[in-house]
Design a protein around this ligand. Structure first.
Ligand code: DX5
Ligand code: ZN
Length: 228
């Protein structure tokens, strides 16, 4: 069966992307199966290298394991690493559908080349921007990516507080995206602020602690609240 496409649902129907960073790593398969069964649209994999961000998390082997376990799931890889180019082929081989890198890590012609390299490997390309970086940083590339990702926390850890100020920049970025491009927001999102996130134009909502921090029986309600 073909894997779901990034734009498989009508554009701007919010897609929910559980970040497995807050799942129980000893029960990863069970945690992912649970949220996918509840209608989550993709799995969000937070890849950290201990350099671009202070934390270390997961790599291509986690992606490959999830691909084996969930052949039809959309795997959304968020590269919080200093040298994302090094990891494009390993993640493509591991079955990633979407690879997002940070403009703070790679910019200019190297960013254009990286977007092409991601596509050449059969994946969709995403470009992420940190809370403190002005929207202008992504203007040179915003037309060519499949998805923009606005961070609503400083990347590195799950469970941080949502930075509301990023909503202004988010609206500006949405204004520059075509209908076939997605806008993802990541960090501190939960049922209480999801509406603001959607109203700013985001159509992919990442949630780690709001979802996996809730007991399994409450997760359907969380997904519903995030989707609105
Ligand atoms: C943060 C990661 C996020 C994180 C979100 O650096 O990119 O995806 O897991 O966690 P919550 O939803 O708990 O803020
Ligand atoms: Zn993330």
């Amino acid at each position: 069966m073909a894997r779901p496409d990034l734009v498989c649902t009508p554009v701007r129907t919010p897609m929910i992307a559980p970040s497995i960073l807050a799942a129980d790593f000893a029960r990863m398969g069970e945690a992912c199966a649970g949220v996918l069964a509840l209608g989550a649209d993709m799995l969000h994999l937070d890849v950290m290298d201990g350099h671009f961000v202070p934390n270390l998390t997961m790599g291509p082997d986690m992606c490959a394991g999830l691909r084996r376990a969930f052949p039809d799931a959309l795997l959304d890889v968020h590269l919080m690493v200093t040298d994302p180019a090094k990891f494009i082929t390993p993640f493509a081989k591991a079955g990633a559908d979407l690879c997002t890198f940070h403009i703070e890590a790679v910019s200019g012609k190297a960013a254009d080349d990286l977007i092409l390299a991601i596509r050449d490997q059969g994946m969709a390309a995403g470009l992420a921007i940190n809370p403190g970086t002005p929207a202008e940083a992504v203007w040179p590339h915003v037309e060519t990516v499949d998805m923009a990702l606005v961070m609503s926390v400083n990347p590195g850890y799950a469970g941080q507080a949502f930075i509301e100020d990023v909503l202004v920049k988010t609206r500006a970025i949405r204004g520059r995206l075509r209908a076939d491009q997605r806008l993802e927001m990541d960090g501190g999102i939960g049922p209480k602020n999801a509406q603001k996130v959607r109203e700013a134009g985001c159509d992919v909502l990442v949630a780690a602690s709001a979802l996996f921090g809730a007991p399994p029986e409450a997760r359907a309600g969380v997904i519903q609240a995030l989707r609105g």
